[in-house]
Design a protein around this ligand. Structure first.
Ligand SMILES: NC(=O)c1ccc[n+]([C@@H]2O[C@H](COP(=O)([O-])OP(=O)(O)OC[C@H]3O[C@@H](n4cnc5c(N)ncnc54)[C@H](O)[C@@H]3O)[C@@H](O)[C@H]2O)c1
Length: 361
């Protein structure tokens, strides 16, 4: 099967995203083609290394390979883990020419991005995403964030990888819940930015969940293309364009952190999208039929659409830490219609509370 290449065009920081099947075993040649040498550090979780470590190791065919792994789970995404990774790199005598290979989902990707940006003020980063969520979203665009206790993604950097290698065969071992979780970010692209893609997902979501290869490849390619073009326009999230990709995330992040590992990132984003669409509808901006369409697609996929047992005041408090906020005002991504998101600073807190209470339980 052929390999698709999408470039993220950012001048000197430009990089390719390769998408296809059986690509893991060719990682070594992709690295060589990009001129990446030095020490290779495979950074992952133990269970992902168990599955794919050997394929990667044999593709690198070098002695200069070190493995560093950290436990799975959102709790790993903090400064304590980062310190341990720095120590492992120093112990392995990694220098500025080293290449950090992030093999795993968004947690590995965020940790790796932070480490690569800061260890010796920057080493090479290569993303090899192995969850649907990381293949369609987190491995692209150079954002890396860590949690501070109960505040999600509070600390972060922008740091672009040298290349992204997406091997869709890795999704065969992904637990079902994680596949569903990734679907939330897939639906997000359509809901926020692309009506035609949303319509297509309404027809094809079953095929994606069944890992039907042609549909899966097309879906991942479409998402990567949308994200690449947005990142090119607003790399550092300063123009209100990249912020649109945060549809569902203002409320989603608050719920995710309060649920304390009881919910995946994608599940929280699904609830967040339904709440933020409902806010849009209650403010008279979004038609009820569009709200219903989004609600129906997410629930058909099996994603949650109701707020779990969390304290509504707690959610409101966490929202006040959202990075989109300006001048003390909370900012939300709302929908005018499916495919047309916009940034708003004029959301009455009473409507947010009313929606959270109505959606609770
Ligand atoms: N930086 C960004 O732009 C960005 C964007 C979206 C999300 N995120 C972050 O990504 C994180 C969520 O990422 P995620 O959904 O990938 O979850 P994750 O990284 O926690 O991975 C989910 C689970 O799947 C396992 N796993 C990974 N690949 C596997 C495979 N192929 N087979 C079997 N098991 C596998 C992992 O060990 C883990 O237990 C959140 O922390 C979120 O904030 C970051």
């Amino acid at each position: 099967m052929s390999v698709s290449t999408i470039w993220v065009n950012l001048g000197q920081r430009s990089y390719p995203i390769y998408i296809g099947r059986g690509l893991l075993r060719r990682l070594g040649s992709y690295l060589r083609a990009r001129g990446l040498g030095g020490k290779f550090i495979i950074f992952s979780h133990p269970e992902v290394l168990e599955l794919y470590g050997e394929t990667i190791r044999s593709s690198l065919t070098r002695k200069n390979v070190v493995e560093v792994s950290v436990p799975s789970g959102e709790k790993s995404k903090g400064l304590k883990t980062i310190e341990k990774v720095y120590e492992a790199l120093a112990e392995a005598k990694a220098t500025k020419e080293a290449t950090l290979i992030a093999l795993g989902g968004g947690v590995v990707g965020d940790l790796a991005g932070f480490v690569a940006a800061t260890y010796m003020r920057g080493i090479n980063l290569v993303n090899v995403p192995t969850t649907l969520l990381s293949q369609v979203d987190s491995s692209i665009g150079g954002k890396a964030a860590l949690n501070l206790k109960t505040i999600k993604n509070l600390i972060g950097v922008f740091y672009q990888p040298k290349l992204v290698l997406i091997d869709i065969d890795t999704l065969a071992t992904l637990p079902e819940i994680e596949l569903h979780s990734g679907m939330a970010e897939v639906v997000k692209y359509g809901a926020a930015l692309d009506l035609a893609f949303f319509k297509w997902m309404e027809e094809k979501w079953v095929d994606v969940l069944n890992l039907e290869k042609t549909t899966l490849l097309k879906t991942i390619k479409m998402c990567c293309l949308i994200k690449a073009r947005i990142v090119e326009e607003d790399e550092r999230d300063e123009k209100g364009i990249r912020a649109l990709l945060n549809f569902g995330h203002t409320i989603g992040h608050a719920i995710e952190i309060l649920a304390q590992d009881g919910i995946t990132h994608g599940q929280a984003v699904s609830i967040g999208m339904v709440c933020e669409a409902e806010i849009s509808r209650n403010m008279g901006i979004l038609r009820n039929s569009d709200f219903e369409r989004l609600h129906n697609l997410l629930s058909s996929i099996g994603l949650p659409v109701r707020v779990p047992k969390v304290d509504v005041e707690g959610v409101i408090e966490r929202i006040s830490f959202d990075k989109k906020n300006l001048g003390g005002k909370s900012r939300f991504i709302l929908l005018k219609s499916i495919g047309r998101a916009f940034l708003s600073s004029n959301v009455p807190q009473s409507i947010v509370k009313e929606v959270l209470r109505r959606r609770a339980g």
